[in-house]
Design a protein around this ligand. Structure first.
Ligand SMILES: Cc1ncc(COP(=O)(O)O)c(C=O)c1O
Length: 367
């Protein structure tokens, strides 16, 4: 592929020497669970996300689940409570809800932002709904005044799924806690699985940390029936190498996205809406919609021109076999998005001149 969708070997090449140094340091330390490397990353996370507490954990799905389990242990959520989730999210958001014994309440997103909005969820508030999980999908902050109003009037718990949005301005300050993922393809990616919970809630942070460590608050003393969901120091040390560049890496994504939006003028390709606050979007994905059922043909055209693409996501969670009981839900926007979204290359392996060339190829496309 002349324009790969994502090649992590290329993206991570500039950090190679420092990554080798960091991993050698961990090997030599003899400490492979917890310890100062994880503490350093947690400290950086609190500063970067403007929160008081950070807990490094095993992955983003576990981060979400630990928050929900934490609220259950604290008595804020009970088995069977409803949690609003956007119907076009990645399935992990929903898996966390069901794994915690809670009930997903799917809500169609706003068609333009492809995110939850106040007006989208207003009609779904019932006495059973106790929490809401705004997912900052594709890196765009999913929040508006109307949603804030609904949350406060209905005393809803807010669990932010920030797996795709580390660095988006405003994230982590909306609700009780935010889950982050450092899956290798994320804006800040590990060399395996890793994630984190960030929050201002001291009790929740303490509870999450204990649940993630066999439910233990001190050695050989288990107050909860917990899990083993810890982040390992090898991932923490390697994440710290790239963490210092994250702000500028996000800025580089923003520039590519703005340029695509400016240059793509083909009327059959609908480019993503620009956010009111540019800093509230970190463009984890640059997602266009292809009009009139033409996505597959357009994708083949791009492949033939050496442009790698991906689909986030071709099947919404309620259409997955494991959620058969929700398959008849009326969620037309999520279904339409699943059939029309296409992600273009946006990572550090795509240069500004690549963006210009890709846009030109897109503009020449005729269905
Ligand atoms: C929106 C969203 N939520 C949750 C997750 C789960 O994160 P992880 O893959 O680290 O478990 C992901 C990523 O894969 C995601 O994109």
């Amino acid at each position: 592929m002349k324009y790969p969708f994502l090649d992590l070997g290329i993206v991570n090449a500039p950090y190679r020497e420092r990554l080798v140094e960091a991993s050698t340091r961990v090997i030599n330390s003899g400490r492979y669970i917890g310890g100062p490397e994880v503490e350093d990353l947690e400290r950086w996370l609190t500063q970067f996300t403007h929160t008081n507490y950070a807990v490094g954990v095993s992955n983003g799905l576990d981060a979400l689940r630990l928050i929900l389990e934490g609220y259950k242990v604290m008595g804020s959520l009970q088995d069977g409570d409803g949690v609003i989730v956007p119907a076009n999210t990645y399935i992990a958001s929903v898996l966390a809800v069901t794994a915690s014994g809670l009930k997903p309440v799917f809500v169609d997103p706003d068609a333009e932002t492809m995110n939850l909005s106040g007006s989208a969820l207003r009609n779904h508030i019932t006495p059973d709904v106790k929490a809401i999980m705004p997912v900052h999908l594709y890196g765009r902050l999913a929040w508006d005044e109307e949603m804030a109003d609904i949350v406060s009037k209905n005393h809803l718990i807010v669990i932010e799924d920030g797996a795709q949005a580390i660095g988006a301005e405003g994230m982590g300050r909306l609700g009780g806690a935010t889950a982050l993922s450092f899956y290798p393809t994320k804006n800040l990616g590990a060399f395996g699985d890793a994630g984190a919970v960030v929050t201002d809630n001291e009790e929740l942070a303490r509870t999450v940390r204990a649940i993630a460590n066999y439910g233990s608050d001190r050695r050989y003393h288990n107050i909860y029936r917990g899990f083993n969901c810890r982040m390992d120091p090898m991932q923490a040390a390697m994440l710290m190498v790239q963490a210092t560049d994250l702000q500028s890496a996000n800025e580089r994504r923003r520039r590519r996205a703005q340029l695509y939006n400016q240059l793509i003028t083909n009327p059959v390709i609908i480019t993503p809406a620009e956010p009111n606050n540019p800093l509230a979007h970190v463009w984890h994905q640059y997602v266009v919609c292809v009009a009139q059922g033409g996505r597959d043909e357009f994708r083949r055209y791009l492949t033939a021109h050496g442009i790698g693409t991906d689909i986030h996501y071709p099947v919404p969670p309620h259409r997955q076999p494991c959620y058969g009981e929700y398959s008849e839900s009326n969620l037309p926007i999520a279904e339409k998005l699943a059939a029309s979204v296409l992600s273009l290359p946006i990572s550090d392996c795509t240069s500004i001149s690549d963006v210009k060339e890709i846009s030109e190829i897109i503009n020449q496309y005729r269905p």
